[in-house]
Design a protein. Structure first.
Lengths: 553, 170
């Protein structure tokens, strides 16, 4: 391997943020240095991810990180799917980082969540007495120097989960990003965040344990955790054992992706975090779960009609229950959290149909949804900053008061609802086409369900639009605070990206199609990891992992 | 030519089962400290399960030095990693439980007030745009807070002027 071959790019999205996190933590006294380090690190990740997207067109780029042979050593694989996910997520992470710096969350001037009247009322209600209030407010103004390092570690974890070439590394990637998310969600340790954080952390811990047990079972059943090797071996093992493992993995990822019966934790915990944190969680964390489902269901396991039917039903339930929850909310953040759950259903719909067209549509939809959902949460952060509340009962008159803000909300909201010609419409059409081609009764039910969900999404966001922007202001809002350009800029950039996805929808859809082809087939993936069927790298401990083979004397 | 013995040990499997059962039971508790203990048990059970998956114990897995069956190094490497991860998470949950105790005087996980409020809206069949705050529904959020605090019924909850810290002095 030459020092600057393409493979060198693969570990960068994981390593650069990790080192930068260490550096940022060491320099916690120098806020400016922290900011520069974070921005530079995430910019490098964006560049590396863009390079990988181009490179992965000609087949997956693989690297054995420790120099050990692929089935034993840790390897990172950037196939088209992983590279695309990585690029979108790193762009979103960079935008949110810039936004959060302008918001001043890093230096403790976080004026959003704990300061609004809504949460104050709730806090006092929960507490029942306000003896601790002083302690709380004191706590809020303490410097939060850990924000930047934690955010970078989150970026590293997301990249690791996308690039992981074996199940255990996927687990580690999940743990890295979850551990970072625990810290970000409970930032400042206020009453409301600790309450929400408890639910979130306990649920996430449980899903991690389920995942770990599944990894152990996979290892017991096949003697490997390498994905390429699993793709070869899993079809040969006992179907009952395989179904058990598949179910456990689905359960673990289903909790992370917030699929319906496992989604109750999400709308409770997300809205309490600071706006940029909620935005990045909503955009990325559930999608990492969706990615893991997509990866394991298509690459590793052979098709299983019964399980696909179950997934279809779950997708329908996720869509409908989620969107009905959204309709009932009168807080914008919670409304958006419920639409987030609801739209996970679309992606699961695509995965469950298990054709190349449906998978491509699901991948396109994930890309669209990451940008749009994050943009919407950032806009809500702006609204909260401007007015001090996110309750639809208190908001009003924003269309005249802040026309720019209105545009920033309206465009991604319509995109989310799937108004043509925006990318949300294109993704939904792709899914509907795949459903119609499938033609089974259940698929038709899903097609109808998707359309209904889309209309209800439109209803939910238009309701939010009417109340927050068009209705006259029900009560006097506090003195308008000017929005810093540093917050508006990244939001506008992300909205522009989500609109731009419509413009480049043709090439993007073609790329998603190629990514889908590569994960559905699996052959290119396996050949990239094991060229000529031989182990890669210089390590030799291949044989000891394989229980069925003999150990060399 | 030595074939690794992969038949799992029954005693270890039984231990895994017991750890899981006890862990799940504790995880269903409402106090964070007990949840944490449940997580520790579950984590240990999962780690043990991976070790069992690696086959029976053997000589130390050192490369190029084996004439006898080695332990499976991969399972050990994975378990080491997951032990470290579990340790870090335990530390975090401990900190969170302590913070919860600082704020509330206990470490019980609470229900979501907003959920309760929305549920009440549906109960009363009120239009969703109505505010269910004190002036309209007749019950204040304070009362709702007391209502949703099930299982905890601390005496000082009924009398807001009571002690701020903990049920132990009530």
């Amino acid at each position: 391997m030459t020092p600057w071959s393409l493979e060198t790019l693969v570990p960068l999205p994981v390593l650069v943020p990790l080192f930068a996190a260490g550096l940022a933590l060491a320099l916690h006294r120098y806020e400016r240095a922290q900011r520069i380090i974070s921005v530079v690190a995430l910019s490098v990740v964006v560049a590396a991810a863009a390079g990988l997207v181009v490179a992965a067109q000609d087949g997956p780029v693989v690297i054995d990180v420790g120099g050990w042979a692929a089935p034993v050593g840790v390897n990172l694989v950037a196939d088209p799917l992983a590279a695309l996910m990585l690029l979108v997520s790193s762009v979103v992470l960079l935008c949110v980082l810039l936004y959060s710096m302008a918001q001043g969350i890093a230096d403790g001037n976080d004026r959003t969540a704990p300061a609004t009247r809504d949460t104050k009322i709730l806090q006092e209600a929960i507490r029942g007495q306000d003896a601790d209030a002083d302690e709380d407010t004191r706590r809020d103004v303490l410097p939060v120097a850990i924000f930047h390092p934690t955010f970078l570690i989150l970026a590293a974890g997301v990249a690791d989960a996308f690039l992981a070439g074996d199940l255990f590394n996927l687990y580690v990637g999940f743990e890295i990003l979850l551990a970072a998310s625990y810290v970000l969600l409970t930032l400042g340790g206020t009453v409301e965040r600790i309450r929400a954080g408890s639910v979130y952390v306990v649920v996430a811990l449980l899903s991690s344990i389920v995942f770990l047990v599944a990894v152990g079972l996979v290892y017991a059943a096949t003697g490997t955790v390498n994905m390429a090797q699993l793709a070869e071996r899993l079809p040969d093992i006992d179907p009952g054992v395989r179904l058990g493992i598949q179910g456990l993995l689905l359960l673990a990822f289903g909790i992370k992706a917030a699929i319906f019966p496992l989604s109750a934790w999400l709308p409770d915990s997300y809205p309490t975090a600071p706006a940029p944190v909620t935005a990045v969680f909503a955009g990325l964390l559930t999608k990492v779960g969706v990615y893991a489902i997509l990866r394991t269901q298509t690459l590793l396991f052979p098709r299983n009609e019964a399980l696909e039917a179950v997934l279809l039903v779950l997708a329908l339930a996720t869509m409908i229950v989620g969107i009905l929850g959204a309709v009932a909310q009168d807080d914008v953040k919670r409304l958006l959290s419920f639409t987030l759950v609801s739209h996970i259903g679309y992606m699961i719909f695509g995965v469950a149909l298990a054709t190349q067209a449906s998978t491509a549509a699901a991948i396109f939809y994930v890309v669209h949804h990451i940008t749009v959902q994050t943009a919407l949460f950032l806009v809500v952060g702006l609204i909260e900053r401007r007015t001090g509340t996110t309750s639809l009962d208190r908001l009003g008159g924003l269309a005249t008061m802040a026309p720019g803000l209105a545009v920033l909300f309206f465009v991604p909201a319509m995109n989310l609802a799937g108004i043509p010609p925006l990318s949300g419409f294109l993704g939904k059409v792709g899914l509907l086409e795949a459903g119609v081609v499938d033609g089974s009764g259940l698929a038709w039910v899903l097609v109808v369900g998707s359309v209904v969900t889309s209309l209800l999404t439109l209803y939910a966001v238009v309701r939010a639009w009417n109340k927050a922007f068009w209705q006259p202001c029900p009560e006097k809002l506090p003195e308008p605070t000017p929005l810093p350009w540093g917050m508006v800029g990244p939001t506008a950039a992300l909205v522009a990206v989500s609109v731009g996805l419509t413009v480049v929808a043709g090439p993007l859809y073609a790329y998603a199609d190629r990514a889908a082809e590569s994960v559905m087939d699996g052959r290119t993936y396996i050949e990239a990891v094991f060229p000529d069927g031989a182990p890669r790298g210089t390590g030799e401990s291949n044989k000891t992992t394989d229980h069925t083979e003999e150990v060399a004397p | 030519m030595i074939v690794l013995d992969t038949v799992p040990s029954g005693a270890l499997l039984l231990t895994v089962g017991v750890l899981f059962a006890a862990g799940v039971y504790l995880l269903l508790e409402r106090s964070l400290t007990r949840v944490l203990l449940g997580f520790v048990l579950l984590g240990n059970g999962a780690n043990l399960a991976i070790l069992v998956a690696g086959g029976r114990a053997g000589a130390p897995p050192i490369t190029g030095a084996t004439a006898e069956p080695m332990s499976d190094p991969l399972a050990q490497a994975m378990v080491l990693t997951s032990i470290v991860i579990t340790l870090a998470l335990v530390a975090f949950v401990l900190a969170m439980a302590y913070r919860s105790w600082q704020l509330h005087g206990h470490d019980e996980v609470q229900d979501d007030l907003e959920d309760t409020r929305i549920a009440r809206l549906a109960d009363a069949d009120a239009p969703s745009y109505a505010d269910s705050d004190a002036e309209e529904s007749g019950s204040t959020l304070d009362e709702e807070a007391v209502a949703v605090r099930d299982e905890v019924a601390l005496p000082d909850r009924e009398t807001p002027s009571g002690t701020t810290r903990g049920g132990e002095d009530a």
